[in-house]
Design a protein around this ligand. Structure first.
Ligand code: PEP
Ligand code: CO
Length: 444
């Protein structure tokens, strides 16, 4: 190395949302151990994803990014991971078939173990404890010892990410994701009109493939699927320990995931998160909430994508159904006018969260759909590209989001509410959303 890539300059800057680790020496030991563990992804894969995202920014592909709000160590089982992968594959097939567009599949998984919180503490019945910050930091149990941040959890987050990604790679490379399994992915899910619609579409795909096979087509390219990992780059000690100099290019990559994003709460221009992520070569996302100004967006482009490299920067807007039509237009217009080529993605989840009368953190399926519609409308009017969808989902039949074809109401939320953080679309709601978005994409 001839130049210092400045990978530690973030340490002099303000880093929001970092845990109060009780013992700096223990943290330092863990970081040393993490620093020599093997990369979870190969830098070359990050470059491939960057080029795919460049296609999406250009309207030639569509990004589907989804997974848990917060992964848990207990949730890293074969069945639960398979359920999430199947759901993403099914959504992708609906979108690909419906819109005749390649869909880039990126999981919010194999590393989504740390959460920003609106408050550092949580009080229950007069007792105050540190807030739960994700399994990489502390435990959900409301117990003083378990809520104390424990650096050993960073190691467990690494190893759980590794085993999750290993299974994802096995599923997507080993034949499970073969398009000829399109019916198989639906097995085990509850019967419903959404599922009937999916089975019809799968039947059409089967017929198309039989036709192609009869014509002597070669199906090798359908056997495997490209699947990338992503998470919020929140815990900077962890992300720094997984940042390595790529042997091919001598450039730094954060090899904890293919794509990293910076959350709405940690995207300060002079903050530590932007500083570290500006220096790595991965594709980077930034969440933009309803208070974002066009100048904020332009300054983020200058900091994170100074050379205007296609696929480098993704803006994930999460405005809320009620705000998107008012806030997004000036952002997309000014960014487009600056000549920057960012990928615009809609997160219709985080601007639409509220507490239900019965006390559950929830969202309305109709608000989710309305925000996505608003996103497409704004881009159509501006002549820009609505390039992707970022959602919180699970492959299970949970009841965390109100509405959808099952018409989950407030009373039904208690039936099966399992998220430790934000409410997720269940399997049915995820499929339903993908059918609706396929229609919007066709009209794009
Ligand atoms: C999240 O994606 O779970 C999250 C916390 O999002 P945001 O930064 O947009 O609030
Ligand atoms: Co969330």
């Amino acid at each position: 190395m001839t130049t210092d890539p400045g990978l530690d300059s973030w340490r002099d800057l303000l880093a929001h949302q970092q845990p109060a680790w009780p013992d700096a020496a223990v943290l330092a030991e863990v970081v040393d151990e993490l620093s020599i563990l093997p990369p979870l992804v190969f830098a070359g894969e990050c470059d491939v994803l960057r080029s795919r995202l460049a296609d999406a920014a250009d309207g030639k592909a569509f990004l589907l990014q989804g997974g848990d709000c917060a992964e848990t160590f207990a949730g890293a089982t074969a069945d639960l991971i398979r359920g999430r992968i199947k759901t993403v594959l099914q959504m992708a097939v609906v979108l690909t078939y419906g819109a005749s567009l390649p869909v880039i599949k990126v999981g919010r998984l194999a590393g989504q173990f740390a959460k920003p919180r609106s408050s550092d503490d949580e009080t229950r019945d007069g007792v105050t404890m540190p807030a739960y910050r994700g399994d990489a930091v502390n435990a959900w149990d409301f117990d003083a010892a378990k809520r104390t941040p424990d650096p050993a959890r960073l190691l467990k987050a690494y190893h759980t990410s590794a085993s999750t990604l290993n299974l994802v790679r096995a599923f997507t490379q080993g034949g499970f994701a073969d398009l000829r399994q399109v019916h198989e992915w639906n097995r085990g899910f509850i019967g419903s009109t959404v599922n009937v619609r999916y089975e019809e579409l799968a039947g059409e795909i089967d017929r198309a493939m039989s036709f192609m096979a009869a014509c002597g087509a070669d199906f090798d390219s359908l056997r495997t699927v490209e699947f990338f990992s992503s998470h919020e780059a929140l815990l900077l000690d962890y992300e720094r320990a997984l940042t390595r100099i790529d042997s091919r290019t001598q450039l730094p990559y954060d090899v904890s995931a293919h794509m990293l994003w910076i959350g709405e709460r940690t995207r300060q221009l002079d903050g530590a998160h932007i500083d570290l992520l500006a220096r790595v070569r991965n594709p980077i996302g930034v969440k933009l909430g309803p208070t974002t100004t066009p100048d904020d967006a332009l300054a983020l482009v200058d900091r994170l994508d100074p050379t205007r490299e296609p696929g480098r920067l993704t803006f994930i807007t999460r405005m809320g159904a009620g705000r998107i039509r008012e806030v997004l237009p000036s952002l997309v217009e000014k960014v487009a006018a600056s000549g920057a080529q960012v990928l615009w993605v809609c997160d219709p989840m985080h601007g639409n969260t509220f507490e239900s009368a019965s006390g559950y953190k929830t969202r309305r399926f109709d608000d989710v759909i309305d925000e996505v519609r608003g996103f497409f409308e704004v881009h159509r009017a501006a002549g820009t590209v609505p390039g992707g969808l970022h959602i919180e989902l699970t492959g299970d039949d949970v009841t965390e989001i109100m509405g959808g074809f099952e018409k989950i109401d407030d009373a039904a939320l208690a039936t099966r509410y399992e998220s430790l953080c934000d409410p997720r679309l269940n399997h049915q709601q995820s499929l339903e959303l993908s059918f609706l978005v396929a229609d919007m994409l066709r009209g794009r």
